[in-house]
Design a protein around this ligand. Structure first.
Ligand code: DAH
Length: 344
């Protein structure tokens, strides 16, 4: 009897099962009513009295070991979720949360796409800039109010020489300057990017926003070229029926300068609260690059002329999607962002 128990103990210790069916077969073989261990139990009454104590203990040990081993093997199957034949390949997958593109990115890409078709390529520049590229070379006088603390974030301020200031760029026109310094005309670029101004944050102003600057320099570039490109842009962006008008304006780096309005795409030009009942909304500034600006960056203004324009991406996005509060763009509220799921 002891010999039989020892043999079963060894078998139990060596037990392995590759799947749940095999494990169940082992359980039946050793632990079921008619299993090997129960059979031994039944024979227990035949054991001579003086051996009963030892045989009884060994039998109990065998039964416990068998139960423990079966439980351990079972646990291993339950924790195993790959490679097992028990895997349910028909079960539906966990849903994968897809992100959405940011509305400003959608609109920026759309603008880039329109100008890319007209032969403009993308140029980028640093957000931490020096005064030279943001102001001086763009013909801003040393005492121009745009350099003022109220507008500009200063990284390093030089009391004696403002041209040595290091600042956060207040417009993407700085990229124009970098492009003119480094390339020979013809230059045909658009410069998308983030800009910073020291403004109190409200529904209509933020301390950072996004602009797209355009620049074309070549021989014989005229105001008519500028107007045609902007008209085409407006129609592509806001629809074939869109009209434009140019109002005289002033920027230090362009001469003549203009601001462009489009017919209000919300009321179709009839007048509504968005266009303050004028039928027109302003979307960008533009003009012919001032000869001083060309010369400041090493371009011969007797040979070359050019036009430039600059627009705010938030403004164009508002016109397209009527986002009433600018702060929505930077709050990362996924409920807002999800509204643009179908937009690209
Ligand atoms: N840099 C101007 C701004 O931030 C926008 C602008 C106006 C850019 C006229 C231009 C331009 O290139 O010609 O307000």
């Amino acid at each position: 009897m002891i010999g039989k128990i020892e043999q079963l103990l060894q078998e139990v210790e060596a037990m392995e099962a590759a799947n749940a069916d095999e494990l169940e077969a082992l359980r039946i073989k050793y632990l079921s009513k008619k299993g090997a261990i129960n059979e031994l139990m039944a024979d227990f009454r035949l054991v001579p009295a003086e051996q009963k104590k030892e045989v009884g203990m060994r039998l109990n040990e065998l039964k416990n070991k068998a139960q423990e081993k079966i439980a351990a093997l079972k646990e291993r199957f339950e924790n195993m979720d790959n490679g097992s034949e028990e895997m349910d390949l028909t079960r539906t997958a966990y849903p994968i949360e897809l992100g959405t593109r940011h509305p400003l990115t959608i609109v920026k890409n759309e603008i880039i796409d329109i100008f890319a078709r007209l032969g403009f390529s993308i140029a980028e520049g640093p957000e931490v800039e020096d005064d030279l590229h943001v102001f001086t070379k763009l013909n801003f006088a040393a005492d121009h109010p745009a350099r003022d603390m109220q507008d500009t974030f200063f990284i390093e301020q030089n009391e004696e020489d403002v041209t040595k200031n290091v600042i956060l760029r207040t417009h993407t026109s700085s990229v124009q300057v970098r492009a003119m310094e480094h390339a020979e005309p013809p230059i045909r670029i658009i410069c998308p990017g983030r800009v910073y101004r020291n403004e109190a944050i409200s529904y209509r102003a933020h301390c950072f926003f996004h602009q797209i600057e355009g620049l074309y320099i070549d021989k014989n570039v005229s105001f008519t070229d500028l107007k045609q490109v902007l008209l085409l842009f407006a129609k592509e962006m806001f629809g074939e029926d869109t009209k434009i008008r140019l109002r005289p304006s002033y920027f230090p780096f362009t001469e003549p300068s203009a601001e462009m309005d489009i017919s209000c795409n919300i009321c179709g030009g009839k007048g509504c609260p968005f266009c303050k009942h004028t039928g027109w909304v302003e979307i960008l500034g533009c003009g012919m690059v001032d000869p001083h600006v060309l010369e400041a960056s090493g371009i011969d203004s007797k040979v070359y002329s050019g036009y430039a324009f600059g627009m705010g991406v938030e403004r164009i996005t508002n016109l397209k999607y009527q986002v009433k509060d600018l702060r929505m763009f930077s709050e990362n509220d996924t409920r807002f962002l999800r509204e643009f799921e179908a937009a690209y």
